[in-house]
Design a protein around this ligand. Structure first.
Ligand code: COD
Ligand code: ZN
Ligand code: ZN
Length: 365
């Protein structure tokens, strides 16, 4: 099959034919229909997000059609339409049974090493092993994934829209609805309005937030944020963003702020933008040795600083729900797609992302 393979840090992915083994017990072979290109893929390629070592097939925002199932698979059958979840969970541990599968530590360990849950890879070229990425690896025509990483969806949803739910939409909307539980009438600031941040903006709309302040260095992203429901706009190039947010909120700050970039300094900005009793949610992941400093005294104001992974997703419940909202015209997915591309154009898609030219590029297989 054709794949984009990550061989070397800070170098383009190589488009080539590689081999894919059949699905083993508890695994599913999916014909990938569409894959979004997310900033986190780029963060692995440039060493910002830790990954054991290349070669690997990246891509973690995919959807497709089940082609074949391994033994003991009961959740899906060939022909089913599915989203690939990059955070499969065991369903049995304390986190899983108390409704926080995003924190499950059981299956995730092998996946972090670049393998499927049984600790081995189905991807190779000749005698060389190629690693998986988050158990998804959607920068390829086919993917063998763990059954626990599969979410069955209704068949009438376009698979390119479904793919986006697999990462950016779940991560952004989920951070607002699940992690922060924003209430109607709240004020919200979103720092970073890229493919994921725009979904935090539309999550705030869904939650009934009143004031939604979009913050981005790129005026084009602020324009997009307006389309997604932001009510106020802040460009840090025009002055300190925290001061600007305080100026828009009676000097007190917002009820909720979301950092959706992946930098320690903007995470501190999110914290400093919230009012007493407010909550700052950090969605982005900064470099492993980055530290953030917040004023210790500010805790006297009962401020909350928390992280969010995958929008605190319960994939089998939340992803079909998001698609229902899309089908009922209450969630924007088509508007996220700036470009539909071929797999061969993937390196250009990373360049467009770095230049801030796109919300999302989507590979159509
Ligand atoms: N101030 C304001 N805006 C900024 C600044 C700044 N200092 N720097 C960059 N921006 C804006 C850019 O103009 C851009 O619009 C936006 O921030 C970033 O958008 P994208 O499209 O490049 O990135 P996304 O939305 O695809 O990804 C953002 C993440 C936060 C998810 C990602 O980068 C990250 O941190 N990933 C690691 C965390 C993780 O694994 N998350 C789950 C999988 S994605
Ligand atoms: Zn992502
Ligand atoms: Zn678990």
């Amino acid at each position: 099959m054709k794949a984009a393979v990550f061989y070397e840090y800070n170098a383009p992915l190589k488009i080539e034919e590689i081999d894919l083994d059949k699905p083993k017990r508890g695994e599913v072979l999916v014909k990938v229909a569409a894959s979004g290109v997310c900033h986190s893929d780029l963060s692995v390629m440039n060493g910002t997000l830790p990954f054991p070592s290349p070669p690997a097939v990246l891509g973690h925002e995919g959807a497709g059609i089940v082609e074949e199932v391994g033994s003991d698979v009961t959740a899906v059958k060939p022909g089913d339409h599915v989203i690939l979840s990059w955070r499969p969970s065991c369903g049995k541990c304390g986190y899983c049974v108390t409704g926080r599968p995003q924190l499950c530590q059981t299956i995730g360990m092998a996946l972090l090493q670049g393998y499927l849950p049984d600790g081995s890879s189905r991807l190779h070229k000749g005698g060389t092993e190629i690693k998986h990425f988050t158990g998804v690896s959607s920068f390829a025509e086919y993917a063998v994934v763990p059954e626990a990483g599969i979410v069955k969806i209704r068949r009438d949803v376009p698979l390119e829209a479904a793919a986006l739910v697999g990462c950016g939409v779940m991560t952004g909307v989920g951070a607002v609805i699940n992690t922060a539980k924003v209430e109607p009438g709240s004020s919200v600031a979103v720092i970073g309005c890229g493919g994921v941040g725009l979904n935090a903006v539309q999550g705030a709309v869904l939650a009934g937030a009143d004031k939604i302040i979009a913050i981005d260095l790129n005026p084009r992203k602020l324009e997009l944020a307006k389309q997604f429901g932001a009510t106020h706009f802040v460009n840090p190039k025009e002055g300190d963003p925290v001061t600007q947010v305080l100026g828009l909120t009676d000097g007190l700050g917002v009820d909720y702020a979301f950092e959706v970039i992946g930098r320690a300094d903007t995470a501190v900005q999110a914290y400093n933008s919230i009012r007493p009793g407010g909550t700052a949610v950090v969605v982005g992941v900064a470099k492993p040795d980055d530290m953030m400093m917040i004023p210790a005294l500010s805790l006297l104001q009962e401020k909350t600083l928390k992280g969010s992974i995958y929008g605190s997703a319960r994939p089998s419940v939340d992803m079909p729900r998001l698609l229902e909202l899309y089908m009922n015209k209450k969630l924007k997915l088509d508007e996220l797609v700036s470009r539909r591309i071929k797999l061969e154009e993937i390196n250009a898609a990373f360049e467009w992302m770095e230049k801030g030219e796109v919300a999302r590029s989507v590979i159509m297989y």
